[in-house]
Ligand binder design. Structure first.
Ligand code: ZN
Length: 241
């Protein structure tokens, strides 16, 4: 998978002492949007929803996704013992943390829209672009942290009614329910993290980290759409010559 943005270092001690840095690779995001997300949206979304696909929403979601990795619980206390979310979640950590960043960034962007920090016109494209992009990420495979983690918000919102499968097999956003679904899952994941509850993290991943039939049938029709881009580093190639 080509990285579109990163947030490093991962070491909690270094972050505590020196902080972390977020980097956005906009040319990579431009290419991913044009070569994978636009063709995916033509299959996943109904005609009326396609106009709400937007690069600005895609970019802002990635940016705030990275910011949300830095927010939320990190250093926690479990039964009077000082520990970290990473330590308590063991091998379930990466997928849960990715799901947290994906869902809580929708919550954070909506919060900034409600406060007038971001434009209200971002609201419609935000959820529609996230919906189409979930089908992009899930194609990295359910055995990879980003592929598996995106199944959690996707299935949660489908179960809760914020996302709906239409009779023709395309997907749409239910504007009346989506915000409540985003808030609900953000609360659920961050509560698991702050309590360091490994058993609940496992249960959530087992219940929602799966590909169900309506999603699987759309994924089958995407066979001709590339899973990802493959950059060519032309300057490096020229210098090596
Ligand atoms: Zn991430």
């Amino acid at each position: 998978m080509q990285t579109a943005a990163f947030n490093l270092p991962n070491d909690e001690r270094v972050i505590r002492e020196k902080g972390a840095k977020r980097v956005m690779l906009k040319n990579v995001q431009d290419a991913k949007f044009a070569k994978t997300l636009v063709p995916i949206s033509r299959v996943v979304l109904s005609t009326s929803d396609r106009k709400d696909l937007s690069f600005e929403a895609f970019f802002t979601h990635i940016l705030v996704h990275e910011l949300m990795h830095g927010l939320g619980p990190h250093n926690i206390t479990v039964n009077g013992r000082q520990t970290t979310v990473r330590q308590e979640m063991k091998e379930a950590y990466s997928a849960l943390e990715e799901a947290k960043a994906d869902i809580s960034s929708l919550f954070a962007i909506q919060h900034m829209i409600d406060k007038g920090v971001l434009q209200a016109s971002l609201e419609r494209p935000l959820y529609t672009t996230f919906l189409a992009s979930a089908f992009r990420s899930i194609r990295f495979g359910i055995n990879e942290a980003h592929g598996r983690s995106i199944a959690v918000p996707l299935n949660y919102l489908l179960d809760q009614g914020g996302f709906v499968v239409r009779p023709d097999g395309t997907f749409t956003v239910n504007r009346a329910k989506i915000k409540e679904g985003v808030t609900g899952l953000t609360r659920e994941i961050m509560t698991i993290q702050v309590q360091g509850d490994y058993a609940k993290a496992k249960a959530l991943a087992e219940r929602l980290g799966v590909v169900r039939p309506p999603v699987a049938s759309v994924l089958r029709t995407l066979a001709n759409v590339p899973v990802d881009i493959e950059p060519r580093f032309t300057t490096a190639d020229q210098l090596l010559k």
